[in-house]
Design a protein around this ligand. Structure first.
Ligand SMILES: NC(=O)c1ccc[n+]([C@@H]2O[C@H](COP(=O)([O-])OP(=O)(O)OC[C@H]3O[C@@H](n4cnc5c(N)ncnc54)[C@H](OP(=O)(O)O)[C@@H]3O)[C@@H](O)[C@H]2O)c1
Length: 256
């Protein structure tokens, strides 16, 4: 049976690699992003060259109405939602020391990275609960957090706090949805080459070369993260939920 997925931020960066991976696996994909349709038209054209349908909704994860339109429109087109990939996220507009972090920046980052993904998850979970299970599962949800869920960066505290929150959202929904036949997982990327890290390329080039903290001492790629997502949504992990998969070159290992 064909499966259908929502991938937030699925037209760019890590999300685009996830979209491509899902399409390769025959999954239909519905994307949410703030970019207008015209801006993403070339990438959508490219994605639509295969067999699986690709929908795009322009709107913000932080906006309740936009989220509702996204979920309702996707269900109307696909009939069901088998997979939710909570990928969209933002860094603070300006990196500032924790002692000068503003409430405005905190609210902006938390509204997208945490509140938006939490209530999108709630909305999709309600739909999934009412669906007929396919091979014992009503759905699977994957949250893209970050090593910032546990690594302190005092120049972007709001981002770290938002990602630590995503980890608890994973645990809570994994707990609540197990009895509904829905698996919930977290992918925790390290340093991945995308627009988000483009402004700090030199810093991380040096980090990989000199710090000795990353056993696989190279930049991660969006495809590295997409591969992890592919594993988590497969039928290989039927007795697991709430697990975290680090995609960080082994950075989480403490080295002496
Ligand atoms: N790159 C890294 O090193 C790294 C490491 C760990 C975790 N992550 C996480 O991985 C995820 C993807 O990051 P990335 O590196 O691919 O970032 P990116 O290249 O900056 O892409 C961000 C994506 O999120 C979407 N987005 C941003 N704000 C949104 C909003 N309000 N509503 C809906 N969509 C929104 C963007 O689409 P529009 O531009 O159309 O809005 C874009 O598709 C994020 O959650 C990020 O925190 C990244």
């Amino acid at each position: 049976m064909k499966r259908y997925a929502l991938v937030t931020g699925g037209a760019r960066g890590i999300g685009l690699a996830i979209t491509r991976q899902l399409l390769k696996e025959g999954v239909g994909v519905s994307i949410l992003g703030t970019s207008p349709q015209e801006k993403v038209a070339p990438v959508l054209k490219d994605l639509r060259t295969g067999q699986s349908p690709v929908l795009y909704f322009s709107g913000s994860l932080a906006d309740r109405g936009d989220r509702e339109r996204y979920v309702a429109g996707s269900v109307e087109a696909f009939g069901r939602i088998d997979i939710l990939i909570n990928n969209a996220g933002v860094a603070p507009k300006v990196r500032t020391d924790l002692l000068s972090m503003t409430e405005e920046s905190f609210t902006q980052v938390l509204d997208i990275n945490l509140k938006g993904m939490l209530f999108l998850t709630q909305s999709v979970a309600r739909r999934m609960v009412g669906q007929e299970p396919v091979e014992g599962r009503r759905g699977v949800i994957v949250n893209v957090s970050s090593m910032s869920a546990y690594v302190s960066s005092v120049s972007r505290g709001e981002y770290c706090i938002s990602k630590a929150g995503v980890s608890m959202v994973t645990a809570l929904f994994a707990d609540r949805l197990a009895e509904e036949g829905i698996g919930v997982f977290e992918v925790r990327p390290g340093i991945i080459a995308t627009d988000m890290t483009a402004a700090v390329t030199e810093k991380y080039d040096r980090f990989f070369a000199e710090s000795g903290q990353v056993p696989i001492a190279r930049w991660g790629t969006p495809e590295d993260v997409a591969g992890a997502v592919s594993l988590l949504i497969s039928d290989k992990l039927r007795y697991s939920t709430g697990d975290v998969l680090n995609v960080d070159g082994g950075y989480h290992i403490r080295r002496l």
